[in-house]
Write a protein that binds this ligand. Sequence first.
Ligand SMILES: [Ca+2]
Ligand SMILES: [Ca+2]
Ligand SMILES: [Ca+2]
Length: 396
Amino acid sequence: MTTVSLLAATPASAAPPRADLVVGASLAPTEVPDTGGSSAVTVDLTNSGTRASQDITLVLSLSSGTWFTDGFVIPPSWSCTYGDSAICTHAPLAAGEAAEPLRIPFGVGAGTVGDDVVVTAVVSGGAESSTANNTAQASLRYIPGTVDLHFLSESREEQQINGEVTGLSSYVINDGTSPSGDLTVTVPLPAGTVRYSETTEGWACDFGDDLAAGQPGWRCTHAPLRPGENSAGIDIAATISGAEPGDVIDLTATLSTTTPETNLDNNTLRTRVTVLQPATVRGTVWVDSDRDGVRDADEPGAPPGEQGIYQITVGGQGFGAVATVNADGTYTATVRPGTYQTEFYIRDPYSFISSPDSDVVYYLNQTGGYNKYGRSDYFTLAGGEEAVVDAGVIRY
Ligand SMILES: [Ca+2]
Ligand SMILES: [Ca+2]
Ligand SMILES: [Ca+2]
């Protein structure tokens, strides 16, 4: 008798090998302003079963008022099409294998504070030991949107004299999470100044007698800003005029919008000018008519113009002034207290000479161009002081 050995029967308690896909979904961010915004869902998928799955299909569904956006990259192991739902496919996962995490951004429309947007992920991939873990949900909560406009420049202080130009120059940014309304910036014209200029691009600026909260000044408007968006540059400039030394002049811009803001403390930008007593630089470009190398009492000044004194500048410390040249060859420049030199640009038929009566310490009569150039030494002036700086020339 032959005994046939049979394979042991599978015990009733041992389950056959089965795949078991497990899906998880998370959102970042998990809050969105009530004016709308965006988020992204990340799907994690693992086969925690004991056998490979079949081909996998993942369906991502969004609440109404949300939509999948374009232009992002997903792992090459996934393939998706986007409609009302995102439908993504993936090759079978071996037992214990995890898919590359799949991150898909989406847009969120405006909603009501406290409401939730729900994202649902459902995965399928053939027979499984359990499908209870094939669905995952994540939600996004509407929170109050914020608008916070502020100037990007810092307030600053300057020291200037009458005749100089001061100003405000900045951009406005929306640091909130929601779009602003239209922007308005007002700048009253302070006493001791006159209008010089204002921005013409990106902003619509007007200047008038009652435009700055009923005061003379500027009123500028700009289109709304999205969250994180910068405005066009705004520039407002005024000339210091009729001010007294010691006066403190504030040029202040105030920013507002039609939507509520979370912070109004950062809506001003100021340039503060302390007015200085000016110093004066003056002198004469005199003609050595008898060519004896000294300045005689009856010797005239050179004429201003293309055939004489073309320009005289008083410069130093990164700024300076163009002198006013008079018909008799004298000139005057008004400057801040500081250290300067006078630079003379003259033209044919005049040339510089060396003379004990000339303060020109360096000159070039052959410059290769029209101008002949001469300059004085540096000199330092306090407020109210005056320097007399002369240049001797001859006429051919
Ligand atoms: Ca499952
Ligand atoms: Ca603000
Ligand atoms: Ca002379």
